[in-house]
Design a protein around this ligand. Sequence first.
Ligand code: GLN
Length: 548
Amino acid sequence: MKYIFVTGGVMSGVGKGAITSSIGALLKAKGFTVTAVKIDPYINVDAGTMNPTEHGEVFVTVDGDETDQDIGNYERFLNTNITSVNYMTTGRVYLSVIERERAMGYKGKCVEVVPDVPNEVVRRIETAGKKAKADIVLIEIGGTVGEYQNILFLEAVRMMKLRAPRDVATVLVSYLPIPSKIGEMKTKPTQYAVRTLNSAGIQPDLIACRAEIVVDSVRRQKIGANCGVEAADVISAPDVETIYEIPLILESQKCAERLCKKLGLRHRVNHVEAWRRLVRTIKNPKREIKIAVVGKYFAHGDFVLADSYISVIEALKHAAWAQGARAKLTWLSSEEYEKNPRALRELSTFDGVVVPGGFGGRGFEGNIAAIKYVREHKIPYFGLCFGLQMAVIEFARHVCGIKKAHTLEVDPQTPDPIIHFMPGQQEKIAHKKYGATMRLGAYRCKIARGTIARKAYGQELISERHRHRYEVNDAYRDVLQKNGLVLSGVNPELNLVEIIELPRAKHPFFIGVQFHPEFQSRPMQPHPLFKEFVKACLKNSALVGSVL
Ligand code: GLN
């Protein structure tokens, strides 16, 4: 098995995940079985307990791990499911070392930070590779070289390289700034980053240079000469219109091929045509749909942090591309509608509205008002998880006349808990057992015949990923149905409501799902429900030329 480590230099957030995924996609196109591992340096055992504005989206795997959004990138670029073994944090690594020590797993030895912690990291990487039967394992180390936090992970790289020098390669993803007053692309921060990596005992095999524009050959030569790599191993990764273009940009510089050579790998095929086709489609849309995402996890100081909903954004885009369209997304804060209900009118300027997942009471009533508006004004609506729960509450309040309908999550005293705890969840909350205790991972759902959902999926039994503590209360099923809400999908094992919808005769598209379909959408295989939603939005949409 071969291992390619990807580390970051200069600064974080420049797209290490996209580069790791793109290298993976290229290696896959060359016929190799590839898997990707994400290492996050924080102490949290998983991403599940972190605020989305702090961390970005929590990506849920089929086997129910609450991971980093980069795992979502890997799934989308490699077109495969990644499972829990492919994700580790400092907290998780230490936890298993300590648990093993308590179980006498180290047979009475003194357990030390080095080498026992990096050894555990290596063990986990190898397990992930074996589980995926991979030829190549890509391992992305979160954060930036030089941070105190990731030193033990770099030590794991050094140890692996020492054990099997021909099987390990390292990529440094760097950033080349162009300070506006200087007006020149600067290479020095990259040189420092390489030195820092060198001081951890690692020499990069390839340097991927992120920058606003293409890195010219003068700078490639300079970086090569100063950092001890061939100029051809200095790869330029400029800003792009769509991240799905990155594999093609790397391919044009023979990035994956150079890595293969270093690892002694030969390949016979190179199926990059599908990526070219995808990028062509993305760049030539015929129509544009305007979609509003109403939520609360994107305001971050003066910046909009759409990362909290990255899979939702991707899923909408995938579905639009598949239908020759471009999705233009606008972020609307539900809290705003609480302060200023007249602002709701802006919703009628959109072709469709999405209310994604969420937690807690902030912005709740604003969301209810938004859902009421789109239901009454027949604007296509797609509610994901909390978006289903709030749609059911809105329907109960305004159609069934249950004025105090609520969720126990927001109003624990409500006389009408339309949304209530799932079995066992109340006890977990009472005992402060928050970590990894929601209903997580893939569950089956049976879809009723004659429904929009059934038509979209084209099958009766589906499987989707979940992350929630609350569910639709069975006691209210009858009244909801009598008033016209269709409970179109139900979990066959636990009889939980998983999909609700309004019939076509009443509304062009009004669907809520208790799961997160966005996690299963892939650029070349959009999700059926997102496709159906986009189809409904397209009816209101404009031709591209006319809106620009
Ligand atoms: N807060 C809701 C619950 O826990 C919905 C969760 C979500 O949207 N992911 O049930």
